[in-house]
Design a protein around this ligand. Structure first.
Ligand SMILES: CC(C)(COP(=O)(O)OP(=O)(O)OC[C@H]1O[C@@H](n2cnc3c(N)ncnc32)[C@H](O)[C@@H]1OP(=O)(O)O)[C@@H](O)C(=O)NCCC(=O)NCCS
Length: 207
């Protein structure tokens, strides 16, 4: 397995991995007419915002997993609103024609493009301690072999090098496996959400 920084030509693989793990860690393909919708929101923007916080796990000359992060979540969501989302909103009007939507989940994703989950207007009190956020997804073939932890450690090293004090992430209520992994890596619950839970981990900077 090769762990390496992500590059622009990884984009198709990011979309594919995002879709194949997008239903609470399972394959979301049956739920989407448009196989790119999930990646439009949860994967591709990170590479365009700051590719130096995106890493790939590659095996057999093929990307099989990723970790994608934004170091300053507030700045990321501002960029998402100003730059990334406007063209997507034109392409995916809300409401979308019902015949072009395969599931409630797909409809919810289109709504998310118009009303992003992001951070609430009043920033949560824990944000200064956990300003970065991340997404991590591995294809089933490479899950449970330690590569998730290696990707996390790779990202943490880069965040620590930049003296970013902590990182947070969201886990949907339907994902029963991921919270155990995150706890093992050192994350704890910051906030319960209607859709699941926000978890965070402080970083050390080597002292
Ligand atoms: C969740 C995910 C990133 C974890 O990566 P992974 O490579 O499977 O996990 P690792 O093998 O690196 O596990 C690292 C450690 O966490 C432990 N762990 C992994 N999953 C666990 C779980 N569900 N409960 C408790 N511990 C767990 C492992 O036992 C291992 O412990 P060890 O170091 O003592 O051996 C990966 O399985 C995945 O991509 N799943 C599908 C997509 C997904 O759900 N993404 C998260 C969306 S919020």
């Amino acid at each position: 397995m090769l762990i390496r920084p992500a590059v622009e030509s990884d984009i198709p693989y990011l979309y594919e991995i995002c879709l194949k793990t997008g239903d609470s860690g399972k394959d979301a393909s049956p739920l989407f007419y448009d196989p790119h919708l999930l990646g439009h929101y949860y994967a591709a923007p990170y590479l365009f915002f700051d590719s130096s916080l995106c890493f790939i796990a590659e095996a057999d000359y093929t990307p099989q997993g990723y970790i994608l992060a934004a170091g300053d979540s507030a700045a990321f969501y501002r960029w998402l609103e100003d730059t990334w989302l406007p063209p997507l909103r034109r392409r995916y009007p809300d409401p979308f024609p019902p015949g072009r939507v395969k599931s409630v989940y797909e409809q919810r994703l289109i709504r998310l493009l118009h009303q992003p989950a992001g951070l609430p207007e009043a920033a949560p009190p824990w944000l200064p301690r956990y300003p970065a956020h991340l997404h991590i997804d591995l294809l089933p073939e490479i899950q449970g072999k330690g590569w998730g932890k290696v990707l996390m450690d790779t990202l943490f090293a880069e965040l620590e090098r930049r003296e970013i004090p902590g990182v947070h992430l969201g886990v949907g209520a339907g994902n029963t496996a991921a919270p155990g992994f995150y706890k093992k890596i050192g994350f704890s619950i910051l906030q319960n959400e209607v859709w699941g839970v926000t978890m965070g981990k402080e970083l050390t900077h080597g002292f």
